[in-house]
Design a protein around this ligand. Structure first.
Ligand code: VTB
Length: 332
């Protein structure tokens, strides 16, 4: 058996047996810290609390991890910046994509679907994307490959989806971030009679929601959001199934230069879900505020309750973990 095979088997075993539970702790802690700031109107305080907690927990994991999607590029983020090394420095070499508080504004206003999110994959297998915008399209599992494409118009994508699903166009709902930049998409989609769920923030949740339309009422995600959130969403979809494409918006020389430094030379390239998150990927998200798929953190008299989904691409196992935490000192 060659060294490489041995290493990847070891990594696989570690991802499965150890990290699946370990990463739940990481998102749980971040979610609880953020939830203490829920509804306080202070986005920065909520984000900082989540970052501190996530970093503390990550540094206890038996990994040699590099943050490839993080709080920002080194000069703008003091903690969990892109390139920061985390973990105990023993164990497998892994790439980490994280968003300790996805939807800081949602959390500050205590609106639905803010999450603490992380993805872990073998070193070198997550797209190193700069913190720019990304054009995204995503649908859930069960459709023929290549059904939707960033090269097609939103209307054509929705028509194709309605046909594949076997429903009238009027029964399709697209999730779109509520931003002026999406006026044309919104018009295009409404003109053919489909519905739009406008969300204020939180497009990782928006993408994940396409995987369970019966529960969420969302069939397709379309529009421009953060590139880091795009890679995290791709990691999640790799585990649950579905299709996604992303294209970085590198519309200035400065952005193209930042991308080049991360190894991206083709500014127009469309990335498939598999190109954004390759190999065996673990993904976990804990609800901070209540949402369609996950309840938010609940503070009881003697317990703190959290709800987390943790999944793995190679086995497509999706675990829902409702936890009652009684050692509250751990969450101080
Ligand atoms: C999205 C969304 C995030 O940023 O990526 C969005 O998922 C895009 O940026 O929750 P703008 O807010 O600049 O439009 C967030 O809303 C915040 O990070």
């Amino acid at each position: 058996m060659s060294e490489t095979v041995k290493t990847s088997q070891t990594l696989s075993a570690v991802l499965d047996r150890i990290l699946t539970l370990e990463i739940v702790r990481v998102t749980e802690r971040a979610a609880v810290a953020a939830a203490r700031q829920r509804g306080r109107g202070d986005e920065k305080a909520a984000d900082q609390a989540a970052v501190d907690a996530m970093r503390r927990e990550l540094n206890r994991l038996p990994i040699r991890g590099t943050v490839v999607i993080g709080e920002g590029e080194r000069d703008e983020a003091p903690m969990l910046y892109i390139g920061e090394e985390v973990g105990t420095n023993e164990g497998p070499v892994v790439d980490i994509a994280l968003d300790p508080l996805e939807g800081t504004t949602i959390c500050a206003k205590d609106l639905p679907n803010s999450l603490a999110v992380i993805a872990i994959a073998e070193g070198g297998s997550l797209l190193n994307a700069p913190d720019v915008y990304m054009d995204k399209i995503a649908v859930g599992p069960g459709y023929p490959a290549g059904l939707v494409s960033l090269d097609a118009s939103p209307a054509d994508n929705i028509k194709a989806l309605a046909e594949a699903k076997g429903v009238p166009i009027g029964e399709v709902t697209a999730c779109v971030l509520d931003r002026p930049r999406h006026a044309a998409i919104i018009e295009d989609v409404r003109a053919i009679g489909a519905g739009i769920r406008l969300i204020g923030d939180g497009d990782i949740a928006g993408v994940i929601h396409t995987t369970d339309p019966e529960e969420t009422g969302i069939d397709i995600y379309i529009g421009i959001g953060g590139a880091p959130e795009g890679v995290l969403a791709a990691a999640a979809l790799r585990c649950i199934g579905g299709q996604m494409q992303g294209r970085l918006i590198l519309d200035t020389e400065e952005k193209r230069e930042r991308a080049r430094k991360m190894g991206i030379d083709d500014a127009e390239r469309i990335y498939s879900m598999e190109e954004m998150a390759r190999g065996d990927v673990l993904f976990a998200a804990t609800g901070v505020t209540d949402g369609n798929l996950l309840s938010g953190v609940r503070f009881g008299k003697k317990t703190i309750m959290t709800e987390t989904v943790v999944m793995r691409s190679s086995t497509q196992t999706v675990r829902w973990i409702k936890a009652e935490h009684r050692t509250l000192s751990k969450f101080q």
